[in-house]
Ligand binder design. Structure first.
Ligand SMILES: Nc1nc2c(ncn2[C@@H]2O[C@H](COP(=O)(O)OP(=O)(O)OP(=O)(O)O)[C@@H](O)[C@H]2O)c(=O)[nH]1
Ligand SMILES: [Mg+2]
Length: 409
């Protein structure tokens, strides 16, 4: 069997640890809680800086949205907000980016500001500027530190800064040198203001695939506590190949848990073993098709293969929507993933038969699975179905991204 269809050793061990010395029902309940908890982890990111620095544009891009959508933050408008405004991630409602009131007025008082914006509710602060970092940024960063919170500096609109530097030069420096210089200037300015080891990222929200946009994501992901890392990773925009691969791995690690839930649903249903699509539309002896459809929909959105994400990708990079669609495999190109599609897939690929082999192998570690109704076959079939769709979607997403960003690696 193709190695992608085998349950890796580390997952088998993890399953074993979950079930060993535990009542089966209790173990299944804890698997279920694990899955539920993932999407309930709150993540609150404060985005602050002077008016016009690009806070709202950044908040839209990092949520994978354009500027013109219903739930987009308004950009390019005269500042009006005096209270923090939360912007929810479209697929992970517990991930919130907070657009904070502008800083930088002459009477700016960082401590009062932090109290006013309820500083304690944020996991970290992003302080944005378009120019050098000024005293207000430094005072704010020091106040944030004194409250025991983390902060990162973002130097935004770096695309304009580069254009400005190039303009009028006959001996044009290389972009790398200019970027290095801007970075150094920012760091030195912050150090001179008393910030030790300032973390500065150069970004453009108009060209998110370039500069430090991915680096800031990666840094935050690495530095978040482990229980928040997963949700942050899944909520990252789709502009980066590296993020696609990490998302795939994060999803792979969850598949055995979904397979257990699916097998349990089949085992405890009133009509176990029914596999006629007309009789029980969403539950077959091979697994809970509704559950599989829901998980696959989540994959599709996380990889940016849904229509909305493709349209945003097309707008952002000026690529024809149909061209982007043309590289997507037929399975995921469909508007809607249905139980019928999943059922036909597992039939035509013979996944039920392979599911038996997978279940037999898993039974050596967690024998209780084999005792479920339908011989636990639903476990193996669900495991393989999710795995094969996930691989296909990850490849589709990578092809789409390559088509959208021809120069990316
Ligand atoms: N060139 C360039 N322009 C940008 C970038 N980010 C934002 N802008 C533009 O800068 C202007 C202000 O951006 P906003 O995102 O509205 O700034 P803001 O910080 O939310 O402003 P206030 O809400 O007034 O505090 C808009 O016209 C944006 O299109 C960028 O990375 N590069
Ligand atoms: Mg704004």
């Amino acid at each position: 069997m193709d190695s992608q269809f085998l349950v890796p050793e580390n997952q088998l061990q993890e399953m074993k640890n979950f079930f060993e010395n535990k009542d089966f029902a209790e173990a299944v309940e804890s698997v279920k809680r694990c899955l539920e908890d993932i999407d309930q982890v709150p993540l609150n990111v404060a985005v602050t800086g002077e008016s016009g620095s690009g806070k709202s544009t950044f908040i839209n891009v990092i949520r994978g949205l354009g500027d013109e959508e219903d739930d987009s933050a308004k950009t390019g408008v005269v500042e009006t907000t005096m209270v923090p405004s939360p912007y929810l991630h479209p697929h992970h409602r517990n991930v919130k980016y907070w657009d904070l009131p502008g800083i930088g007025s002459p009477e700016f008082q960082p401590m009062d500001y932090l109290q006013m914006v309820k500083f304690h509710q944020y996991d970290f602060f992003l302080i944005i500027t378009t120019e050098r970092f000024r005293e207000c940024h430094i005072l704010l960063a020091r106040a944030i530190k004194s409250m025991g919170k983390k902060f990162y500096f973002l130097r935004s609109k770096i695309d304009s800064a580069l254009k400005g530097c190039r303009r009028g030069r006959t001996n044009c420096c290389k972009d790398e040198d200019l970027l290095k210089k801007i970075h150094e200037d920012c760091v030195n300015g912050l150090r001179a203001g008393g910030i030790e080891n300032p973390r500065v990222f150069l970004i453009s929200s108009l060209e998110p695939e370039k500069y430090d946009f991915y680096l800031i994501q990666k840094t935050l992901e690495d530095e978040l506590p482990s229980h928040k890392r997963h949700i942050f990773l899944l909520s990252q925009p789709i502009f980066f190949h590296q993020a696609l691969e990490k998302k795939r791995k994060a999803f792979v690690a969850q598949i055995w848990k979904w397979a257990i839930m699916s097998a349990m649903n089949v085992a405890t249903s009133q009509r176990p073993g029914v596999n006629s699509m007309s009789c029980v539309p969403y539950l077959s002896a091979n697994g809970d098709l509704t559950l599989m459809v829901n998980v696959l929909e989540e994959y599709k959105k996380a990889f940016g293969l849904d229509t909305r994400s493709l349209m945003i990708l097309s707008d952002t990079f000026g690529k024809d929507l149909e061209d982007l669609r043309s590289v997507i495999g037929t399975m995921t190109a469909l508007e809607e993933i249905t139980p019928e599609l999943v059922f036909n897939h597992l039939k035509s690929y013979g996944l039920t038969d392979m599911g038996r082999i997978v279940t037999a192998c898993v039974n050596q570690y967690v024998p209780q699975i084999g005792t479920l109704a339908s011989g636990g076959i639903a476990f193996g079939t669900t495991y393989l179905t999710l795995n094969s769709f996930l691989s296909a979607m990850a490849e589709d997403a990578s092809r789409v991204l390559r088509m959208a960003l021809p120069t990316s690696d």
